[in-house]
Design a protein around this ligand. Structure first.
Ligand SMILES: C[S@@+](CC[C@H](N)C(=O)[O-])C[C@H]1O[C@@H](n2cnc3c(N)ncnc32)[C@H](O)[C@@H]1O
Length: 269
């Protein structure tokens, strides 16, 4: 098993050689994931693991995949999407242009869910959905808008629970074991790598979703990222976090009002 000081060496290598800074990720789960990778790839010693890390630039893809959690789904937490439908999206409708940022979008299921909501509200044509992640591999999948067909039953149930009234299967075509989502949904999406640890704000947004990402960061990094969002949200804009995340302990809290228990805050000052 990898020891605490060895974890520091790995983190140092990742930063020095590849520019990925995992120093302020929640330590216990990060250590668990490094150990998991070490065991899965059957390294005989820590020295060999480190040598591979330093000498094989391709192996870094596997390391990033191993250190991050990319689990996602469409209409994840349907009640959250119900509030988006009923309260958030209608309040954006009068804007000439709607900018949304999905930070930590993983393989794109969240972005496609949002595109469906906007389409149904008649607002997709005047929206731009920026979808970012630090991991270029997940973005590659997201761009394709192709998800496993076995998930569609669950996604369809989530969609209905979120208040969806259409036939969910009209949004994709089945291709063997895959479901390819209709091209029109992706027309207003921009996918790009962006690292919440090291990259800056790149626009002003009406709605930022960063769901199930902050839980992997320590308190210091959570606060930094919340400040980045604070700089990036326009007047009366919204911030949406995951079900186990909050901005209640942050210095930015006085600027926001939580609109309901589904972890959506609105900027009030
Ligand atoms: C559990 S997924 C959440 C996906 C989606 N937001 C959802 O709630 O279903 C977390 C994502 O955050 C990304 N992530 C982790 N650290 C990041 C960072 N520093 N900058 C940007 N994305 C990051 C991971 O690559 C992963 O795709």
């Amino acid at each position: 098993m990898i020891e605490e000081d060895e974890v520091d060496l790995v983190l140092n290598d990742l930063f020095e050689l590849y520019g990925y800074d995992f120093t302020n990720y929640a330590r216990a789960s990060l250590k668990r994931r490094i150990n998991r990778l070490f065991l899965l790839d059957k390294f005989p010693s820590f020295a060999e693991f480190r040598y591979r890390l330093k000498s094989d630039a391709d192996y870094i893809k596997r390391v990033i995949e191993g250190l991050t959690v990319t689990v996602t789904e469409m209409f994840r937490d349907p009640l959250f999407y119900k509030i988006l439908r009923a309260e958030v999206i209608p309040s954006l409708a009068s804007k000439p242009f709607i900018r949304i940022w999905h930070a930590g979008c993983s393989t794109g299921e969240e972005v496609f869910s949002m595109a469906i909501l906007l389409k149904e509200a008649g607002l997709l044509h005047k929206s731009l959905l920026y979808a970012t992640d630090l991991n270029p591999e997940v973005l590659e999948k997201a761009r394709k808008g192709i998800f496993p067909i076995v998930q569609m039953k669950q996604y369809s149930e989530n969609y209905i629970e979120s208040g969806g009234k259409n036939d969910f299967s009209a949004y994709y075509t089945a291709q063997y074991s895959q479901a390819k989502f209709v091209e029109t949904l992706a027309e207003r999406m921009i996918f790009s790598t962006h690292n919440l640890v090291s990259d800056r704000s790149f626009n002003e947004f009406d709605l930022i979703l960063c769901r199930n990402v902050l839980i992997y960061f320590d308190k210091y990094l959570q606060e930094r990222v919340l400040n980045l969002f604070n700089e990036s949200i326009g007047t009366l804009g919204y911030l949406a976090l995951g079900s186990k995340e909050t901005l209640n302990f942050s210095a930015i809290k006085p600027n926001y009002k939580q609109i309901n228990k589904e972890k959506i805050w609105r900027r009030i000052s």
